[in-house]
Design a protein. Structure first.
Lengths: 276, 286
C-alpha cells in the first residue's frame, strides 16, 4: 500500500483501553461485472466513535458500509464483531441500525408502523414495543405524527422517521449512507444536530458516509478519507472537536482549519486516483 | 406564524378571489353530475325521435318507451337468468383471485416453477377462450361448470400477471432493510411483498372483474344452453330468435348494469385499499 496515513491529532487512536465494535480486515469486493470496488480495506471502529467515510463517488464508501451491514458478502477479507453476539448469518443480532440514502419507508404503513417494523420482525408485540417507538419518535420530534403516512410528511421528516426506525432496536452501531444528500441545507443542518444529539445521548457508535467535507468536519470524531480505483482508505484523521457544536462552531477558526485539512486530504485522494 | 396569516375579510383587493375561489369546486362538482346525465337524456331523446320520425318497426329497433315497458313486464322472467350469469361471473372471479394470487406467490418464490409454467401460461393466455369452449363443453361434467371454467380462464391471467409483476416490483432498499433485520422469507412476503403489490393486484382485479362478465356471456353464447338455469346471455339470443327486440334491449341494459356494478365495486375496493398511500388514488395537489 502506498497510502499515506495522516493523523492530524493523535487522539482516541492512541488510548490504552480500546473497545472495538467492528473491524474490517483486508476486505476486498469485486462485483459480478468485474469492478473492483474495494481493495484490501481495513478499518477498526472503536466504541463511541463518530466516523465519517469521506471520498469521491466510486471510492467504495457505500459498498464498505453495506458490507459491514451484511448486505453482500466481501469477496475476501473478514468482518469481526468483537463485542457482539453473532447470529447464524454471521451478523450481530439487532446491534446494527441502518439509515439509507432514501428514507426507505413503507408507503402503506403509518409512521408508527414504520418505526415498529424492526421490532415486529423480531417478534416483539406492538404493545411491548409502543414505549420504545414513542421514545424514538419523540427524540426526533415526531411524537405528534404517529398516525401520519410517509407521503404526508416533508423530506426531512421522512428522514427523521428513518432515523427513529434505525434507533428503535437500541443498536450499538448506526450506519448512515449519505442520509441527508437529497435535503436542503437548512434541513440538513438541523438533522446533523439531531444525529449529534442521538450520538451523545445514546452513546451509539456511528459510521456516516458522506461526500461533504463540511458535514464530516462538523459531525465526526474521526474522518476516514477514501480514494477510488481501487477503493481504499487513503487517510485516517482524528478530529479535535468541542462537545457542544452549534452555529457558532460553524464559523469558528477550529472548524475552518478542520475543513481545510480534510479538504486537502480529499484533494490528494482524488489526485492519487487520477494519477493511477 | 399567526402574523403572516391574513384574515380573508382583511385581504383588501384580494378578497374577491377569496369569495370566488370556494365557489369554483362546488360548481365543478355540480357540472360533473349534471353534464353526463343531460348528455345521456339527450341521447335517449334522440333515439326516441329517430324511431318515431322514421316509423321504425318495433322488431327492428324498439324505442326507449317500448324498452321501458319491457323492462317492467319481462324483468320477472329475466331476473333469475341474470342471477345465473352473475353467479357464474363472481364464482369465476373468486376462483381466479385465489388461483391467480396463489400461483403468483409460488412463481416469485421459485424460479424453476416460473420457468416450467411459463409455456403453459402463454399458450392458455394467447388462445382465444371461445375456441376452447367447445372442448370444455365436452370434458366438463355439465354446462354450468364449463361456463365457469371459461370465465375463470379469462379472469385468471390479468390477476396472475399483475400480481406477479407487483410482487417483483418491491423497492430494493426495502428488501435490503428486511434482509438487514433478518426477516424470514415468510415475513418478507407478508409484511413487504404483498402490501407493496397491492396497486398491481387492484389493477388486475378491475380488469379481471370486467373480463369475467364478458367471458361468462361469450361462453353462454358458445354453449347455447336452454331451459331452466340458463343465463341472461341465452335469454338475449332467445329474444333475437323470437324477434322480441324490446326484451333483447332489456337483457343488454341488465348486462350493462351488471358490468357497471362490477366496475364500481372493484374500483371502490381499490380506492379503500390505496387511498391513504398510493399515488394512483390520490388527487394531485395543485
Amino acid at each position: 500500500m502506498t497510502d499515506i496515513a495522516v493523523s492530524t491529532i493523535p487522539g482516541a487512536a492512541s488510548e490504552a483501553v480500546r473497545r472495538s465494535v467492528v473491524s474490517m480486515r483486508d476486505v476486498s469486493k469485486v462485483f459480478s461485472n468485474g469492478t473492483l470496488a474495494l481493495k484490501g480495506m481495513s478499518l477498526d471502529v472503536q466504541a463511541g466513535e463518530f466516523i465519517s467515510l469521506l471520498g469521491p463517488s466510486g471510492c467504495g464508501k457505500s459498498t464498505a458500509l453495506r458490507i459491514i451491514a451484511g448486505l453482500g458478502a466481501p469477496s475476501s477479507g473478514s468482518i469481526d464483531w468483537p463485542s457482539s453476539k453473532i447470529n447464524a448469518k454471521g451478523l450481530p443480532d439487532g446491534d446494527v441500525g441502518f439509515v439509507f440514502q432514501d428514507p426507505t419507508l413503507m408507503p402503506w404503513a403509518t409512521v408508527m408502523d414504520n418505526v415498529y417494523l424492526p421490532l415486529k420482525l423480531r417478534g416483539v408485540s406492538k404493545a411491548a414495543a409502543r414505549e420504545a417507538i414513542m421514545d424514538n419518535l419523540a427524540a426526533v420530534g415526531l411524537a405528534d405524527f404517529t398516525a401520519s403516512y410517509p407521503r404526508e410528511l416533508s423530506g426531512g421528516m421522512r428522514m427523521r422517521v428513518s432515523i427513529a426506525r434505525a434507533m428503535v432496536t437500541r443498536p450499538k452501531l448506526l450506519l448512515m449512507d449519505e442520509p441527508f444528500a437529497a435535503l436542503d441545507e437548512i434541513t440538513r443542518q438541523k438533522l446533523n444536530d439531531d444525529v449529534l444529539r442521538l450520538w451523545q445521548q445514546h452513546g451509539v457508535t456511528v459510521i456516516f458516509v458522506t461526500h461533504s467535507v463540511y458535514e464530516s468536519a462538523y459531525l465526526s470524531s474521526r474522518i476516514v478519507v477514501m480514494r477510488a480505483r481501487p477503493g481504499q482508505v487513503f487517510a485516517d484523521m482524528a478530529i479535535a472537536q468541542p462537545a457542544e457544536r452549534d452555529q457558532a462552531y460553524r464559523v469558528s477558526e477550529g472548524y475552518r482549519q478542520t475543513c481545510q485539512d480534510v479538504s486537502d486530504a480529499l484533494q490528494r485522494a482524488i489526485g492519487a486516483a487520477e494519477a493511477h | 406564524m399567526s402574523q403572516t396569516m391574513t384574515n380573508p375579510s382583511e385581504a383588501g383587493t384580494d378578497s374577491a378571489a377569496g369569495v370566488l375561489l370556494p365557489r369554483t369546486p362546488n360548481r365543478e362538482k355540480l357540472m360533473q353530475v349534471v353534464i353526463p346525465i343531460a348528455a345521456l337524456l339527450l341521447a335517449i331523446l334522440g333515439w326516441h325521435l329517430l324511431v318515431t320520425i322514421n316509423n321504425i318497426p318495433r322488431y327492428i329497433l324498439p324505442g326507449p318507451v317500448d324498452v321501458g315497458i319491457a323492462l317492467f313486464t319481462d324483468s320477472g322472467t329475466l331476473w333469475p337468468a341474470l342471477l345465473v350469469t352473475v353467479r357464474i361471473t363472481f364464482t369465476a372471479l373468486a376462483i381466479a383471485l385465489i388461483g391467480g394470487v396463489g400461483l403468483a406467490i409460488l412463481l416469485v418464490q421459485s424460479r424453476i416453477l416460473e420457468l416450467a409454467l411459463f409455456p403453459f401460461a402463454v399458450v392458455l393466455q394467447v388462445t382465444p377462450m371461445i375456441a376452447i369452449a367447445p372442448l370444455l363443453l365436452i370434458y366438463a361434467p355439465d354446462t354450468q361448470t364449463a361456463l365457469l371454467i371459461c370465465a375463470f380462464i379469462v379472469a385468471f391471467f390479468p390477476i396472475l400477471s399483475n400480481m406477479a409483476q407487483g410482487l417483483k416490483s418491491v423497492d430494493h432498499n426495502l428488501l435490503n432493510l428486511f434482509e438487514l433485520y433478518g426477516a424470514s422469507s415468510w415475513q418478507t412476503l407478508i409484511y413487504l411483498k404483498i402490501p407493496a403489490s397491492m396497486p398491481y393486484f387492484m389493477a388486475g382485479l378491475r380488469i379481471g372483474g370486467g373480463l369475467s362478465l364478458i367471458a361468462a356471456v361469450v361462453a353462454e353464447f358458445a354453449a347455447g344452453s336452454a331451459g331452466q338455469g340458463s343465463g341472461l346471455a341465452f335469454r338475449l339470443l332467445e329474444s333475437q330468435y323470437r324477434m322480441n327486440l324490446p326484451r333483447l334491449f332489456v337483457c343488454l341494459i341488465m348486462l350493462c348494469g351488471t358490468g357497471i356494478a362490477i366496475f364500481g365495486l372493484t374500483s371502490l375496493i381499490s380506492w379503500l385499499t390505496l387511498h391513504r398511500w398510493h399515488e394512483s388514488a390520490i388527487r394531485r395537489e395543485n
